[in-house]
Structure formats: C-alpha cells, structure tokens
Design a binder for this molecule. Structure first.
Ligand code: BG6
Length: 526
C-alpha cells in the first residue's frame, strides 16, 4: 500500500510530507561541550568492537564535541601510533560505515592518544592527569568522561584513584563536568552492587555515575516508550482487562565462545536477566511517567521493578546446552567450551514466570526467557491479548481461533506486527490470522545506529535517562538473587539440559503449560 502511494505521489513529495510530520524532542537537550574522553581498558574487546567504532561514527556524523580528545588507558606497552594502528584494523571489521574513509579516519585518529599504566598504580593516574592537562583547550582539560571498560572488580579502585589524582571531583566548579561511565556487570549480587554503589558514591555524585545497559541504547527499546505513550489506541489495551499474558524472548544463536571464564561466574541470569530483560520488562509494563525528564522515567521503572512479586521456585526454569547439530555441523556443549568446567552447573538458559502486583497487571503472567545456542538470534516482546467471548466464531472454531497478538520485534528485522483474524476470500466461510506489519527498514530506510553511539552521546551531554540509577540496579539484583537462591545448591537435572540449536529445555514448555500457554518462537528473518 505504502509503496503504491509512494509511486503515485512521488517519493520525494512523500518524504517531505513525512519530514514535516516529525516532532523533534531533543532540541537543546543534547548539548555536548569540548572534553577529554578516557577509556580504561583501551586494549580490550569492547573498545575495539564497540566504543571506538561508535566514536568514529559520531565523528563522521559531526556529532562529537569540538575539540575533543580520546585517551586510551591500559597496562600494555603501546605508542599512540601503535594503538591507532590496532584500532584502525579493528574498525575495518566493526565499523558500520564500510569501507572506512581514509580522510575521516585521519582526522579522527589525530584526536586519539595512549596512556600506559596499571589501574592500581597511583603514579599512572598522575601521568594521565598530566596528559589531560596538556590539552591546548581549557574546556578539553577540565571536562572529562571516564569510561570504565574494565573488570568489575576494578571499578571501585579506578574511581578512588581518579579522585585521588584530582581528576574526578564530586563538586567540580561549573562549567566543568566530570562523569564516569560504568560497564556491566554492576556487581555480582545485591550485596556487592550495594557495596560498589557506596564506594563510588564517596567520590562521585549519583548524577556523575552512568551505569550502562546497552539495551537501552537500542532504537527499538527506546521506541517502547514512544509506542506506548504516543498512541492512544494501544495504551487503552495495555491492561489486565485486555492482555492475557506477555512473552519477552531474547534468544541468541551463538554459544559462550571465548567468554567461558566470565560466563562461569555469571550465567544467563546475571548476564542477561538482571539487566537487559528486566529493563525491557520495566519499559513494557511501567506506568506513564509524569514527564519525559530522566528522573520521572527512572522513578516509574523502579516502581515497576518493586512491584514484581518474589518468584516461586515453580516459576523458574534454567537450562544448559549440550552438543547438538545445526545445519549438519556439530556445536559443542557448554561444558566443552573453553574455560568452562567439565561439570559446570552454570545456566545458559533461563525462563521465568513473573507477576506484577499492581493495579494494571494483577494476575497477568509475564514470561521472560533468554538463552545461548538457541535456533536463532532474535529479541521480541509479544503482547498476547485475551480471546473473544466463547460465542460466534470462537464457539465454532474453539482454540483454533487465534487470539490477537502484538509483537514488538526488537532485533533483528526490527518492527511491530499486529495479528488479527480475517476472512479467507472465497465462497466458503473460513477465518484465519493475518498480519499487519510495520518494518523499520521499509518506513525509515536501512538505518541501524549502534546502541553505543546513542549512549556515548548521552553520556557526553550528561543525559542520564538511558542509564541505570542506583536504586534500579539494586532492585533488579534483589529480584535475581531470590531466583538464584532457589537453585544455587542444586545440580542441573536431565530435564534442564537442551541440545544446542533447540528452543531450550523441555521444562520451559512445562512452565507455560501449567497456565495453559505456549511459547511463541520468534520467526527467522526471511
Ligand atoms: C551482553 C551479554 O550484555 O549482551 C552477552 O554479556 C550477550 O552475553 C549480549 O551476548 C547480547 O547483546 P545483543 O546486543 O547482541 O543482543
């Protein structure tokens, strides 16, 4: 339909009309000022794969402040030139604008320098301070963004030593600003997260601390709020009266690969549920905030997380993949992955049934699941509506008459699909589900900005909306700690294993069957 219209009216004219309809909300919100960005963990994977490609893209799009400097801090011996060469190589693989433009790279690379040092060594911070102070521009020297892409056990110490070296002050005199971006995992459980929060709070105000959850940087995750609160028709249906249950699936095709060491300490519950899945749930289920201010939105998310009822043991299923075939190739089992104990009990899959004890959602099950080595990588939220009354078509068709469903596909193939029933054309009386689909690509063109671009820009502008507040991270840990305590001492049973490239353990189907439901698996990209 859209394509026919475009053809008739002329693509340009329609694009102009679309543009006229845009209502911009970020004017004046994102002012970035000249600064120094220091990346701790400059030799690491995250820096090469995500942070530098995101900064390069922002540079290309002329979104970085001018002037700006990026200093990489790490233990390995390197020169500015060798660090740049290393990043250039990685960029060719990980940049979303390929091939990398030589001129753009040159001008970007001129802003990069390296500072060799041990994170625990105060003298290294003195060197860093001198390097920062050597900036020609005064704002670049005084405005600082410290990005902690290091092991979680080092967060506290790095912040303490930054403070000690005078690089991070709690009350920097305006207009100077200093902020710290903290990567996940933020803590290991509630006690360690609370301890870390208390430690960081000694050296920085909450407003200076930006705890990252990269899911919040994804366009489609941000769109959940727009979709819910800028469309009257859907918000009317977003209640226990209309919704039968909700499914949130984040499935991953890959296994743990080279991250076995980390994963043995984390498991799917800490790695994915504590942060990404609970964040998506909070956005899907929270009440409308009183304004679009960061604190109003964060207040509502925390309120929602606090309304989650403690999960009972029969509301949780964990799983671990064993070797299995995909396209006639053998995928190793989790216990055969590098750096994984051969008798490991760590979960690579979790499915949960949650209830939210508030006025809107009372009695509505929310099913969450995530796992590695599943058939495909896809993240989606499915709102399953209640069936029609058992008369007319429902009386004739019984359970074969599908209930309406709305699917928010977060990635890949980003879009939203509404499923409803329609008459099959022809002389006979027949009904079947049909789909109404909105695809981001079709509507907006193939534009997939990386989550880190958005988050880095917000960190530079000091907008905390998409970062996790202290009470939020602690509340989420409280939820998962309780779940973990139910299985911690128990070895995995046969029903909890699943073959690689399948949709998880049989017990996960049983979890939904208890309430007469069934998982709807994401569809592959066609
Ligand atoms: C990370 C987890 O936070 O998210 C990984 O540590 C996981 O284990 C990744 O693979 C998934 O992110 P995305 O953006 O690929 O869905």
């Amino acid at each position: 339909m859209k394509s026919t219209l475009r053809h008739a009216a002329g693509v340009d004219q329609l694009q102009q009309l679309d543009e006229l309809m845009v209502c911009r909300l970020d004017r004046g919100r994102r002012t970035v000022t000249p600064c120094t960005i220091v990346i701790f963990g400059a030799s690491g994977d995250l820096t090469a794969r995500k942070l530098v490609p995101a900064l390069y893209q922002l540079h290309r799009d002329r979104l970085l402040p001018q002037p700006v400097r990026v200093i990489g801090f790490a233990r390995r011996e390197k020169t500015d030139a060798s660090w740049r060469a290393e990043l250039f190589e990685a960029l060719q693989q990980f940049s979303r604008s390929k091939p990398v433009d030589a001129g753009e790279w040159q001008s970007f690379a001129a802003q990069l320098s390296y500072c060799q040092g041990d994170l625990a060594d105060p003298a290294a911070y003195e060197r860093l301070a001198r390097q920062i102070a050597a900036a020609e521009s005064e704002p670049v020297a005084r405005n600082r963004l410290f990005y902690l892409a290091v092991a979680p056990s080092q967060f506290g110490e790095a912040v303490r030593l930054l403070h000690q070296a005078g690089l991070l002050q709690r009350d920097a005199p305006a207009p100077a600003w200093q902020r710290v971006v903290v990567e996940k995992p933020f803590g290991h459980d509630l006690a360690s997260a609370a301890h870390l929060n208390t430690e960081l709070a000694r050296f920085a105000h909450e407003q200076q601390l930006l705890r990252i959850d990269h899911y919040l940087g994804k366009e489609t995750v941000q769109n959940i709020l727009m979709f819910r609160f800028s469309n009257a028709i859907f918000e009317q249906l977003w209640t226990r009266q209309a919704v039968d249950h909700v499914q949130i699936t984040v499935s991953e095709r890959g296994g743990v690969g080279a991250r076995g060491g980390y994963y043995e300490e984390a498991g799917a519950l800490r790695d994915m549920v504590q942060n990404h899945l609970l964040q998506v749930l909070a956005l899907v289920a929270m009440e409308p905030p009183v304004s679009l201010e960061a604190e109003s939105i964060r207040d509502e998310k925390v309120k929602l997380l606090k309304s989650i009822r403690l999960v009972r043991p029969d509301g949780v299923v964990r799983g671990q993949y064993f070797a299995g075939h995909r396209d006639s190739q053998l995928c190793p089992g989790y216990r055969q992955e590098p750096k994984v104990k051969p008798d490991s009990n760590v979960e690579t899959y979790v499915a949960l049934r949650l209830f939210i004890d508030n006025w809107r959602w009372s009695g509505v099950p929310f099913y969450l699941r995530t796992g590695k080595r599943l058939p495909l990588s896809a993240s989606e939220v499915r709102i399953q509506f209640r069936p029609t009354p058992h008369v007319l078509f429902a009386a004739e068709c019984g359970p074969r008459l599908a209930a309406n469903a709305l699917t928010l596909r977060l990635q890949p193939d980003e879009g939203i699909t509404l499923r409803f029933n329609g008459k099959v054309p022809g002389a006979s009386v027949a009904v079947r589900p049909v789909r109404m689909h909105f695809g981001y690509d079709t509507e907006f063109g193939a534009y997939t900005p990386e989550a880190y671009e958005h988050l880095l820009l917000d960190a530079l502008a000091g907008d905390p909306t998409l970062f996790i507040r202290r009470d939020e991270v602690e509340t989420a840990w409280g939820i998962v700690d309780h779940i973990r305590s139910g299985w911690e001492e128990r070895p995995l049973t046969d029903r909890e294993f699943y073959a690689a490239a399948t949709w998880g353990p049989a017990a996960a189907d049983g979890l939904l069957a208890q309430t007469g439901h069934a998982w709807r698996n994401p569809e592959p990209v066609t």
